[in-house]
Write a protein that binds this ligand. Structure first.
Ligand code: KG4
Ligand code: ZN
Length: 369
């Protein structure tokens, strides 16, 4: 029944990358969200030796951790499975092995408890994540910058997303990780590059800013890796040189994100005289320089920057539970649920845009974006 005004309690499960997460949330008819519990087990240690996320290792770790993570979230919430209204799990896009584990776990629990199972798009979870903690009515502009995604989205309403632009190759976080790998700084690369770059000169090396001067909001970060490799080979990799490379690399990313964000905000018209809200989510948003750069951009465009707490910027299950709950509340979801749904390695939020511009959906590694 669409628009049913009742309290909804959901268990959410997230396993699409290298975080095994479960959360129980409660959505009230007026949009208030109560997070009853949230558990995240990050697999950083498992993947660190390989300097990146290894899909097979991730799938096995999810399989080992999913049950206990869900059990811990349920225990923390103080609720029984029978108290839930539905179970939601990420069903894509993501690494297929992990997605399958989360979905099977969610379906099994839903079936055993006699509750509907909801197949949630991971990107919709990110898109709605600010609503977990902030009063963030539609519409708003969202910049999602993580290791797997880098895109601007206009979040117009529930289930109504317009992709305004995205990376055509690597995500910004991926570029940080590759730079760190080249410089021998370990994984994940972002925090290390930021730390070491703090002592460097951001103007020391001029790295390319791909697509910066092209119209539109698309981005490209794959070429930076080559430029960083050249800079690393050109001179002795002294401490100073290393710091300069990191600072200059970060400045290049920041310039691109800031310029594109500025453009996106200038063109964003929330209508009805409503204020402009600009939400930044994803692991890269924890970068101080990038965050404060985006804050300035928002200020200059008369927008308010909303940055969800870090635990909701990165992959988490509360956002998956919320997406499921909002869909149920909004009547977008069949109360009978999606038991028959399959895992989708690619699942763009804005299907129309993905189809009309296949650069995003059939790229080398598909629509991470
Ligand atoms: O959102 P997230 O935890 O996971 C997904 O990719 O879904 O983002 C992780 C990414 C990694 O690529 C990591 O290097 C990057 O975010 N990251 C950072 C920083 N902290 C994490 N990038 C730049 N500066 C940081 N301080
Ligand atoms: Zn994510």
């Amino acid at each position: 029944m669409p628009g049913m005004a009742r309290l909804l309690t959901l268990l959410g499960i997230e396993t699409s990358c290298d975080e095994t997460a479960a959360a129980v949330i409660r959505l009230s008819p007026d949009g208030d969200v109560q997070i009853l519990s949230e558990k995240v087990h990050t697999q950083l240690e498992e993947h660190a030796p390989y300097l990146g996320v290894v899909p097979e290792i991730a799938a096995r770790a999810h399989a080992e951790l999913a049950d206990q993570t869900v059990a811990a979230a349920m225990a923390d919430s103080g609720l029984a499975y029978s108290d839930l209204d539905a179970v939601a799990a990420t069903s894509g896009p993501g690494l297929i092995g992990g997605v399958l584990v989360g979905m099977m776990t969610g379906k099994a629990i839903a079936q055993a408890a006699g509750k509907p199972f909801l197949a949630v798009n991971h990107l919709e979870g990110h898109a709605l994540s600010p609503r977990l903690t902030h009063d963030c009515p539609f519409p708003y502009l969202l910049l999602l910058v993580s290791g797997g995604h880098c895109q601007f989205l206009e979040v117009r309403g529930l289930g109504d997303y317009r992709r305004l632009g995205s990376t055509i190759d690597d995500a910004a976080g991926e570029a940080f990780d590759k730079t760190a790998k080249l410089l021998g700084l370990g994984f994940p690369g972002g925090p290390a590059v930021e730390r070491i770059g703090a002592a460097g000169d951001p103007k020391a090396i001029h790295f390319p800013r791909p697509l910066l001067n092209r119209p539109g909001l698309d981005m490209s970060f794959a070429g930076l890796k080559t430029a960083v490799a050249r800079a690393a080979e050109a001179e002795d990799l002294t401490e100073t040189r290393m710091a300069d490379i990191c600072a200059s690399f970060q400045a290049a990313i920041m310039d691109v994100l800031s310029e594109k964000a500025h453009r996106a905000l200038e063109n964003f018209n929330p209508g009805d005289g409503a204020g402009k809200r600009f939400v930044v989510a994803g692991g890269v948003a924890s970068n101080e320089a990038i965050r404060s750069g985006l804050e300035k951009v928002a200020e200059n465009s008369g927008a308010v920057l909303i940055a969800p707490p870090m635990r909701h910027c990165t992959d988490n299950a509360a956002m998956i539970a919320l997406a499921g709950a909002e869909r149920l509340a909004g009547g977008l979801e069949n109360e009978a649920g999606d038991l028959g749904a399959g895992a989708r390695p690619r699942w763009p939020l804005d299907e129309a845009a993905a189809k009309s511009d296949p650069a995003y959906s059939t790229g080398r590694r598909g629509a991470k974006a």
